[in-house]
Design a protein around this ligand. Sequence first.
Ligand SMILES: *[C@@H]1O[C@H](CO)[C@@H](O)[C@H](O)[C@H]1NC(C)=O
Ligand SMILES: *[C@@H]1O[C@H](CO)[C@@H](O)[C@H](O)[C@H]1NC(C)=O
Ligand SMILES: *[C@@H]1O[C@H](CO)[C@@H](O)[C@H](O)[C@H]1NC(C)=O
Length: 340
Amino acid sequence: MFSYCVFNVLLLCAVSIFASKIVEGSQPILQKTIEALFTDRSNEMYPGPCKLIRASKRQNKICERDTGLANVLTNAKEQAIAACEETFQYDRWNCSLVFNRKAKRSIFNKLFRETAFVHALMAASITHSVAKACASGDLSSCSCPGNFGKNNTWKMAGCGDDFRHGKRLTKNFLDFKHAGNDQIAEILKQDIIVGVDSIGEQLKEVCKCHGFSGSCTTKTCWKRLGPFNSAMGLLKKHYHHAVKKKIMNYTTKRAITPKVRNRMKVERKNLLYLQKTPNLCVSTEGRVCKDRHNCATLCCGRGVITNKKTVSSRCRCRMVNCCFVQCDTCVEEVDQYTCK
Ligand SMILES: *[C@@H]1O[C@H](CO)[C@@H](O)[C@H](O)[C@H]1NC(C)=O
Ligand SMILES: *[C@@H]1O[C@H](CO)[C@@H](O)[C@H](O)[C@H]1NC(C)=O
Ligand SMILES: *[C@@H]1O[C@H](CO)[C@@H](O)[C@H](O)[C@H]1NC(C)=O
């Protein structure tokens, strides 16, 4: 590597160091935005119209034009982080921002499997929030989406969730157009698209019948998304099936060769990442695990400490006075396992 750097064009050298070490800088806006949203777990507000993040000029313009977007982004961020922490509660990586509790080992320093997942997750969450906001009229850039049906009768029945607008706005806000077309950019863009499409797959058509006693002489239909959590199963599957890529040819300023492009088409559905995740076993000490099977994996074979824990829950629920549900609170002792 060293001699390579000395004898070759400087650019080449810089580029390959960049590729092996970090990802940052390749697509400033796309990456900065995802990182800012996932990293900042406070509710700090910035002066610009996007409020939630230190946004680019272009992003602030988008937020300014689209009143309601700042709130939608806040919602998207919170929903993504909450869903991530819940879904990965019993996994070695639990959505933490760093690996092995080391501040220097940020998941955003390289393009790990986890980094790829967070890109998809956040893009999915923004898409979902925008689509939902369109239906409830919270965004000025979209109203009830009417372009999917054959006629406009749906307007009377209610609004669909505008997935297409969600997708468009997400890509626009993340500045896809200026993300570049080198290999790293292609990987990042694919990870975003995988996330967005995981929302698209949740899109269901719901119909309402009109006519005498449900005879359904006319029908109005619209598209609806499930709650964001219903996409998490699919996203987690993508996390597990993510494909490790090698950056191959740097001779043309990291330009993606046609060959690589074709191969990517084949893997269109997969999350892509570049670097192997460090071994996380050292960081799972003290983590709570779920059951024997999960504990074996999470604790990396070190065994568990079993404690009793009291949990209270609603129980013996019943109807009172015809229409109210009344429950007792039951207290129960359960085993809680903690990794040694
Ligand atoms: C379209 O609208 C007309 C009336 O406006 C209605 O009779 C018809 O059933 C609608 N078609 C569909 C597919 O909803
Ligand atoms: C890299 O790209 C150049 C120019 O496109 C090509 O001539 C060369 O064979 C490529 N090398 C590899 C290893 O793909
Ligand atoms: C994730 O695990 C780390 C230990 O590796 C722990 O310090 C942190 O609180 C956990 N985060 C959540 C949200 O459970």
